[in-house]
Write a protein that binds this ligand. Structure first.
Ligand code: MD6
Ligand code: FE
Length: 224
C-alpha cells in the first residue's frame, strides 16, 4: 500500500463504477448480478457448444397447441419439456431418446457462485434449461412451478442480445417491473419471490459481437 500514490488510489476509490459490486435488488429475495457471468465465458461457451451438439435446440409445442418462439434444450439430470400432453421434467431428451447431456462442471459452479452471491447457500441445481431467442422471440408471463420443491432459488444467466425481462407479482394481472438484461447478467430469485410471474418482451433486432444475432438464457433449477 505504501507504494500507492494518491492518483493510483483514486482509481480504486468506491466511486469507480468498475469496482462496485453490481447487485441490484428487484424483490425481497431476488436480484440481478450485473456482469457476473463475464469472467466465466471462456469456459462456459465451449461447454455450451458441447451440450448443444448432443442436445440441439428445438422448438416445442405448448399444451395449448402453440409452437414456442423460443428454442429449447437442457442439460443435467432433468430436462424441461412441453408437448400437447403437458409440461414436465424428463430424464431423457425426447428428440434423441438419450439422457440429457450431463451438466458441465463450469455451469454448476457458476450457478452455485451466483446463488451464494445472492444469499442462497448450497444451491444444487439438477437441471439447466437453455433458451435461444432470435429477434422477435419472446416468453409470455408464466410461473416456474413444475419443480417438486420451491425451497431452492432459480439462477438465470443472460448472454448475447439484450432483453427486457418482466418481473411481476403472484397473479398474472399484477403490473410487472421491467428489468433490462444484458450479456453476462444473472438474475437470482427464490424464497418469497419464487413463484412470481415473469416473462421476456420480444427481442429486438441486433448483432451481439460475441454471440451473434441471438440471446441465450440458461435457467438453473433444482427440479427434484
Ligand atoms: C429468460 N427466463 O430470461 C426466461 N424463469 O429468457 C425465465 O423464464 C426465468 O429468467 C425463472 C427465473 C428466471 C428466469
Ligand atoms: Fe421462467
Amino acid at each position: 500500500m505504501t507504494s500507492m500514490n494518491p492518483t493510483t488510489f483514486d482509481l480504486f476509490a468506491d466511486t469507480d463504477p468498475e469496482q462496485q459490486p453490481r447487485i441490484e435488488r428487484i424483490g425481497e429475495q431476488s436480484c440481478v448480478l450485473r456482469g457476473f457471468a463475464l469472467p466465466w465465458l471462456d469456459r462456459l461457451l465451449p461447454a455450451l457448444e458441447a451440450v448443444l451438439a448432443a442436445a440441439p435446440f428445438r422448438q416445442m409445442v405448448t399444451p395449448g397447441g402453440f409452437t414456442m418462439s423460443v428454442a429449447l434444450s437442457s442439460c443435467g439430470t432433468w430436462g424441461w419439456t412441453t408437448d400437447r400432453s403437458g409440461y414436465r421434467y424428463t430424464r431423457n431428451d425426447p428428440q434423441t431418446g438419450q439422457p440429457w447431456p450431463p451438466m458441465p462442471e463450469v455451469f454448476f459452479q457458476l450457478a452455485q457462485a451466483a446463488a451464494l452471491e445472492a444469499g442462497f447457500r448450497a444451491f444444487e441445481p439438477d437441471s439447466c434449461l437453455i433458451n435461444r431467442y432470435i429477434p422477435g422471440a419472446k416468453m409470455s408471463l408464466h410461473q416456474d412451478k413444475d419443480e417438486k420443491s420451491y425451497a431452492a432459488p432459480i439462477v438465470s444467466v443472460s448472454l448475447g442480445l439484450p432483453a427486457m425481462f418482466l418481473f411481476g407479482g403472484f397473479v398474472r394481472s399484477e403490473k410487472s417491473q421491467r428489468v433490462p438484461l444484458l450479456h453476462g447478467d444473472i438474475v437470482v430469485w427464490g424464497g418469497v419471490d419464487r413463484l412470481r410471474y415473469h416473462g421476456v418482451l420480444p427481442i429486438k433486432d441486433g448483432q451481439h459481437p460475441r454471440m451473434g444475432e441471438q440471446r441465450i438464457n440458461f435457467t438453473f433449477r433444482t427440479a427434484r
